[in-house]
Design a protein around this ligand. Structure first.
Ligand SMILES: C[S@@+](CC[C@H](N)C(=O)[O-])C[C@H]1O[C@@H](n2cnc3c(N)ncnc32)[C@H](O)[C@@H]1O
Length: 356
């Protein structure tokens, strides 16, 4: 790994690797993709089946979504102390050899059938029973690193990977999913958009941001140091942190990527100054994108929330001018540095056709 990924890893490593997703965050996003899980093998590969709300969501909705198989693998160093919103499970649970599972191991949970009827959500009690069944959750040989050979075997036999991975390993997981041609729905930091491993796929409309784009709250381990901002302790003593620039990144098709962004503004030189060092205009807000400018425009990263590859093409990014081959310049106007921008150009069509 090189370039901006290393810098970003250094910045986010440890700090955000043990941030745990709430059930609501998952359920709200997944509501947009429900019919895409039918008959699919779903992999949650940074997810302790006793702790993760991703595991819990897919167990609970296994029949309703008509999932073929659920595989969850956990990492031995995973360390959230309090569990999901509703289910409280405490180790030890017995593995297939009658040995207690301990948190020293990586685990794997594989489910091909859940009790109950097709349309039904599965109760917490049933989920507990399933998890407690001897041998249901097995010890992995190694520590459950998603890059390990045994975890890669699970990845190879899955269809959709759905998780919130450690942000420091986000690009590595993304690259593996591309390599093995998997579908994915991942939580990440918006900074990952401009990583050299990821941006080319966004540019080519092979990956896009999901629905929720912005603030997200996460449970964090008990030993998390308090901070002045974006940190709180709830009335049960659970510590929380939040991230202002979280996102979902996916290659599952969603209606919003086929909707056109409505443009209301028209171009004029004063409102849309050109950069000092590149032939493109600066657009301060997504709502201000002019409807009649045919050249390259630098737009805020939030543009990706509305991007329709039939309406605009993504030319590159303007960040430091050196992060990767798509980082074309460091945006400046009259010598003053500007925020990082996505560079886009309007696509002119003779005939409207939204079937991307
Ligand atoms: C950001 S937390 C999210 C946990 C869970 N997916 C969720 O959304 O609540 C990332 C998780 O990945 C685990 N992890 C760290 N390194 C890992 C690795 N190399 N392979 C698999 N999991 C890892 C962490 O211990 C942690 O449990």
């Amino acid at each position: 790994m090189s370039g901006n990924s290393i810098l970003n890893n250094a910045k986010y490593s440890a700090d955000t690797d043990e941030w745990y997703t709430t059930y609501e965050t998952i359920a709200e996003e997944l509501a947009h993709y429900e019919d895409q899980f039918k008959g699919k093998t779903v992999l949650c590969n940074c997810d302790d089946p006793f702790e993760s709300n991703f595991s819990y969501y897919f167990m609970r909705n296994f029949n309703r979504l008509r999932i073929k198989k659920l595989i969850c693998t956990s990492y031995s160093a995973s360390r959230i102390d309090s569990i999901k919103d509703n289910v409280q499970l405490t180790l030890p649970i017995i593995d297939e050899n009658g040995d207690p599972l301990t948190s020293m191991n990586g685990f794997v949970l594989e489910i091909s059938k859940m009790p109950g009827t097709e349309s039904e959500e599965i109760s917490d009690e049933t989920i507990q029973q399933v998890l407690r069944k001897k041998g249901r959750v097995k010890k992995l040989k190694g520590n459950g690193d998603f890059r390990s050979d045994e975890c890669l075997e699970y990845l190879k036999k899955s269809d959709i990977c759905c998780t919130n991975p450690p942000f420091s390993l986000f690009a590595e997981l993304f690259s593996l999913l591309i390599k093995y041609e998997k579908q994915f729905l991942l939580i990440g930091n918006q900074n990952a958009i401009t990583y050299k491993e990821i941006f080319p796929y966004i540019k080519e409309n092979k990956a896009w941001v999901g629905y929720h784009f912005g603030d997200m709250a996460f449970r964090v381990p008990n030993d998390t140091e308090p901070r002045k901002t974006r940190f709180w302790i709830d009335d049960k003593g659970q510590k929380w942190r939040s991230l202002g620039n979280a996102m979902w990144l996916t290659n599952l098709d969603i209606p919003k990527r086929h909707q056109e962004l409505e443009l209301t503004q028209t171009y004029d030189e004063e409102t849309y100054p050109k950069y000092d060092n590149y032939n493109a205009i600066n657009v301060s807000r997504v709502a201000n994108i002019p409807m009649d400018y045919d050249g390259i425009m630098g737009v805020p990263i939030t543009f990706l929330k509305y991007h329709n590859g039939f309406q605009f093409e993504i030319i590159g990014e303007a960040n430091h001018g050196s992060d990767n081959e798509f980082d074309l310049f460091k945006p400046k106007i009259n010598g003053k540095e500007q925020f990082k921008r996505i560079l886009i150009r309007r696509i002119k069509h003779e005939v409207k056709n939204h079937g991307l």
